[in-house]
Design a protein around this ligand. Structure first.
Ligand code: URA
Length: 238
């Protein structure tokens, strides 16, 4: 069965240590869908299974965290009168949960977008004080070079005079493809940063946000719940 190890799931509630979970399982006190669990390594899907300890249901996920591979052509918003939003990509069941995107990607940008109903976590991930790094892949119409890498590292000044924080620029091949690491999130930031260096973005994809990396097995438009490990890494609630 797909899912997470039972010992990890139960320990993630904070109610028992892994060692205690092992004991509970050995004593036959843990039931998964009515069947006594045989071992901690057994896998269970927290969204689908009913897990009981000593006859009481264990609430595993208090919040919902969805990793979406945002396709181009949809808005990072919860509703819009005219255009499709990322919420329109989800199942009706998920749409009813009051999820919202954590931050925004432009309509034509693809890649990692986290959807959740955990406002506290969203606030933490987006807070300018925390500087959660975001990693992007960009394809450009003109190559960038060493001087641009140094300018990004020093902090680019945009056309309107806005000074950006230092950012990472890794040149791939001849510099027409680059990896950019941002420590902040300004409107159209990457497009404006490369424009200030004389190069326009033709394609943009977010690969990572803090410790969360886009699952490349997700095609654009596909999504999946975060794993327990991912939820713990970003400081979500289990
Ligand atoms: N920078 C941009 O220009 N667009 C995005 O969608 C994200 C970062």
């Amino acid at each position: 069965m797909a899912g997470e190890r039972l010992d990890k799931l139960l320990a993630s509630t904070g109610r028992w240590s892994r060692r205690e979970v092992k004991g509970l399982i050995k004593e036959g006190r843990v039931l998964v869908d009515g069947v006594p669990a045989a071992a901690g390594e057994e896998k269970a899907d927290p969204a689908l299974c009913r897990i009981l300890v000593d006859g009481a249901a264990v609430e595993l996920c208090r919040r919902t965290y969805i990793m979406l591979h945002k396709p181009a052509g949809v808005l990072s918003a919860t509703e819009d009168a005219r255009q499709r939003t990322v919420l329109d990509l989800l199942s009706p069941e998920l749409r009813r949960r009051g999820l919202f995107p954590v931050g925004r990607l432009d309509r034509d940008t693809e890649g990692l977008l986290l959807l959740t109903d955990d406002g506290e976590l969203a606030h933490r991930l987006l807070s300018p004080k925390r500087h959660v790094d975001k990693l992007y892949f960009a394809r450009l119409d003109r190559p960038l070079g060493e001087a641009d890498r140094a300018a990004f590292a020093a902090g680019v000044t945009l056309a309107d005079g806005t000074v950006c924080r230092p950012a990472g620029l890794e040149l791939l091949g001849d510099g027409r493809e680059v990896l950019v690491t941002l420590h902040e999130g300004k409107f159209h930031q990457i497009k404006r940063m490369t424009a200030s260096r004389g190069s326009a973005v033709c394609y943009l994809k977010r690969l990572a946000m803090g410790p969360l990396r886009l699952d490349e097995s997700l095609a654009p438009g596909q999504y999946r719940p975060l794993t327990v490990t991912e939820v713990m890494k970003i400081g979500g609630k289990m």
